[in-house]
Design a binder for this molecule. Structure first.
Ligand code: ATP
Ligand code: MG
Length: 366
């Protein structure tokens, strides 16, 4: 690690369902990793989602948002559950997550999709296609058709009902997400594929123009462009060809879910959402899994790997991040599996035990 003691305040938002179980594991992994790498973590735990609704009547209490904003990074478990599914929109747990993203100003969502050699059989792909898949999708999170105005319902000239939305991107919005794409590619294997629909959409034409201009600032990154329909196909046909993908909000929404399903391991996949300055938000891509909550069955590795992303992308602590990633791989090498990734010949363990095994590996490596 770097020299001297570094100290960070981390906001932990365990949330609902399996959230508290997996965040508890990640907290211990962070603590131990910190102590071995000369990093001190100060944890503050706050309510969010359904548990906040039950406690104080809103899904994102002001105190939770303020604590998050004033910390160095935020680690979230999961939000939601059957109990609140019939609530009105402003009293839905998921609304708390949207408010949190908004409040933190995070505009870039980074989602790796990795097929680890130990888990090739979990993939929906044929073995020879799945092997060595290791890609990251960088998705724009605060612009595009999900936010563009005008939007709404109306009637057309024939007095028929219509619904309409607007895809809009400014040059500066494209440049800032583009830079994240180039930076992530630079930290990986130096290959960036920008995905758009520049043959049809003006917003995509500007997108391609700006990304192409940015490339001159990153001579070490090899840039390519792909239309989104082709990208959706190539992700299934030959996902190994991708290293880092950068794309807009709606294309990224769809492609990142597609990519995660290729791996077949929802309990293994982390994500990061980052903004201009201020703390980033790190969370597993899976939901609150109410079907297994409170049973010590959840796979904590997606959250542990989210903690590694927090170190890497949120704090710039790359050596500590690497230690956690290596420990997760070693835990799998030693044969430990939660139910979601179990296969014959491996050792079935619960959430807590999986955490203990990761801690042993964190301790014994490097
Ligand atoms: P969302 O909350 O994103 O709207 P969802 O509630 O359908 O979607 P999840 O909560 O992620 O999705 O659960 C989907 C399935 O995957 C469930 O059967 C759940 O038990 C399982 N699952 C999700 N996360 C994990 C995990 N960490 N460990 C084990 N199983 C998991
Ligand atoms: Mg859910």
């Amino acid at each position: 690690g770097k020299s001297g003691e570094r100290s960070y305040t981390l906001t932990l938002l365990p949330g609902d369902g399996i959230g508290p179980e997996v965040v508890a594991v990640a907290k211990e992994v962070l603590s131990l990793t910190g102590s071995l790498e000369g990093i001190k973590f100060h944890f503050i735990e706050m309510p969010v989602g359904g548990s906040a609704l039950d406690a104080v009547g809103v899904p994102l209490p002001d105190e939770t948002l303020n604590t998050a904003k004033n910390s160095d990074a935020v680690l979230l478990g999961a939000i939601g559950g059957y109990k609140w599914d019939k609530n009105e929109k402003h009293l839905k747990p998921e609304t708390g997550l949207l408010q949190l993203r908004d409040g933190l100003g995070v505009y870039a969502n980074i989602r790796p999709a990795v097929v680890l050699p130990q888990l090739v059989d979990a993939s929906t792909l044929k073995k020879e296609v799945a092997e060595r898949v290791n890609l990251v999708i960088v998705r724009e999170l605060t612009g595009g058709i999900y936010f563009g105005k005008p939007r709404g319902f109306g009637t057309n000239d024939n007095n028929e009902d219509i619904g309409f939305n607007t895809e809009k991107y400014s040059a500066s919005e494209i440049d800032r997400i583009g830079r994240v794409g180039f930076e992530v590619a630079r930290k990986r294997n130096g290959k960036l594929c920008s995905v758009d629909k520049a043959n049809v959409l003006e917003a995509s034409m500007l997108w391609r123009q700006r990304i192409t201009m940015l490339a001159s600032e990153y001579p070490d990154v090899e840039l390519s462009h792909m239309y989104v329909d082709n990208a959706a196909m190539q992700l299934i046909r030959d996902p190994k060809q991708f290293d880092t993908i950068v794309t807009n909000n709606i294309f990224g929404d769809i492609l990142s879910d597609e990519a995660s399903m290729l791996t077949g391991s929802i309990g293994m996949l982390p994500s990061a959402s980052i903004g201009e300055s201020g703390p980033g938000l790190f969370e597993p891509i899976h939901g609150s899994a109410p079907d297994i909550a409170g049973q010590d069955k959840a796979n904590p590795l997606a959250t542990v790997l989210s903690a590694a992303m927090l170190l890497k992308y949120g704090l710039g602590e790359e050596s500590a991040a690497k230690r956690i990633e290596t420990a997760v791989i070693e835990t799998l090498n030693r044969g430990f599996r939660t139910g979601d990734i179990f296969s014959s010949g491996t050792t079935l363990v619960g959430c807590k035990r999986m955490g203990e095994e990761v801690l042993k590996c964190v301790d014994s490596l490097m």
